[in-house]
Design a protein around this ligand. Structure first.
Ligand SMILES: Cc1cc2nc3c(=O)[nH]c(=O)nc-3n(C[C@H](O)[C@H](O)[C@H](O)COP(=O)(O)O)c2cc1C
Length: 367
């Protein structure tokens, strides 16, 4: 199991650098200019509403959804992935696939369901997606991407965006050409995860690629990769000039990050959650999962408990107890025992620091 942030860079935000208060994407107002990244197995309706309730996130995105699964109506999972509630607006549905007509048809379904935006995934490195020429597999076929852009653009009136990696590998980077093509084809914004497919999650996201895309296009640019704190978010805006910041892994290990960014934008500082707040937060999320009768709720609870307690003293014990639990009730019991013990002892300053910097571990072996 590899660690996500295996080479954290020191990102310095110049004094006064801040995430913009808003950005307009094809007429949809995103306020503030922060985006919850699509994450397979994570950003379902429960997680999105949980983040929305904590505050500070401007745009929600679904996990990626197979266009084929939507159009053929055979895929029950696709239906589950398309479920959302009123308080998730503005929300974007992310599609993957490689057939222009199917993607156009799926985008129409997304629009009819009331999504505010539709997004195309050109970043997923998962073998099963790349094998069907979807995700980052398409990065080697710009003419096909153009056909997809044209087909989806013609199929819907809601804003259409694309999220992509910079290329297949260092010798085949296409971020500038791809972003320009998106602008030419009438897409409303581009989001760049500033790594190549071959890079996976290793090393650092190369923010200079985001800056280059920003220089090349007139449509809004959303920067993505390695934002772990409000200071990182402000540094990304300052260093790249991008219009909004997209956050993935840190939203799972520190769901308060959007609220912290908003607070930092307004005041120049931000609060760290207390242990009691963390306890309440994890219980709230678990209660929402159970109430929604979410498929795979127990697995999601286990995964979340694991991310959330990395770097926390005693966290390994909790992870073991949660891993061995056989029901939602047993998982809740382990969490209760862990936090009750934690709250009855005074945490050290070092502990507090660890609470906000704990990394999350691999969830989707590939994305
Ligand atoms: C568990 C997991 C699942 C992901 N699933 C998707 C996905 O469905 N679609 C997508 O475009 N990117 C996916 N990604 C990539 C993220 O959206 C994001 O680009 C990446 O994590 C880099 O941002 P970060 O450094 O803020 O985490 C996934 C990432 C993770 C960790």
């Amino acid at each position: 199991m590899h660690k996500f942030f295996d080479n954290p860079a020191e990102r310095i935000a110049p004094p006064g650098a801040r995430v913009p208060a808003s950005v307009s994407i094809g007429g949809v107002e995103i306020r503030p200019a922060t985006v919850l990244a699509p994450m397979a197995g994570v950003t379902d309706t429960v997680f999105r509403r949980f983040i929305r309730n904590l505050g500070g996130c401007g745009l929600m995105m679904t996990e990626f959804i197979s266009a084929d699964g939507i159009v053929r109506h055979k895929d029950k999972k696709a239906k589950q992935y398309l479920t959302f509630y009123g308080n998730e607006h503005p929300i974007s549905a992310q599609l993957f696939g490689s057939d222009p007509a199917t993607l156009g048809d799926a985008a129409r379904v997304v629009q009819d369901l009331g999504f505010d935006l539709v997004d195309l995934n050109l970043g997923c490195p998962a073998k099963k997606v790349v094998k069907c020429n979807g995700g980052s597999g398409l990065l080697r076929d710009l003419p096909l991407i153009r056909n997809i852009f044209d087909s989806v653009r013609a199929a819907v009136t809601i804003p259409f965006t694309v999220k992509f990696r910079a290329g297949w590998n260092d010798n085949e980077v296409v971020h500038i050409n791809l972003a320009k093509m998106a602008g030419d084809c009438g897409l409303a914004a581009v989001a760049l995860h500033a790594r190549t497919r071959e890079q996976g999650y290793s090393g650092q996201a190369r923010w200079e690629w985001i800056a280059a895309v920003k220089d090349a296009v007139k449509i809004p640019v959303i920067g993505n990769g390695d934002v772990r704190s409000p200071e990182d978010a402000a540094a990304m805006i300052a260093q790249t000039g991008c219009d909004a910041v997209m956050i993935g892994r840190s939203a799972a290990s520190n769901p308060w990050i959007f609220r912290q960014i908003e607070q930092y934008t307004q005041t120049g500082s931000y609060d760290l959650p207390s242990d009691a707040a963390r306890y309440e937060m994890i219980r709230t999320y678990f209660a929402m999962l159970i109430e929604e009768k979410m498929v795979g709720a127990e697995g999601k609870m286990k995964q979340f408990a694991s991310w959330f307690t990395h770097g926390v003293p005693g966290g390994a014990q909790l992870r073991k107890a949660v891993y061995e639990a056989k029901s939602s009730a047993e998982i809740l019991d382990a969490v209760d025992r862990f936090f009750e013990a934690l709250l009855s002892s005074e945490p050290s300053a070092e502990h507090r620091e660890q609470l906000v910097t704990g990394d999350i571990r691999e969830r989707c072996a590939s994305c």
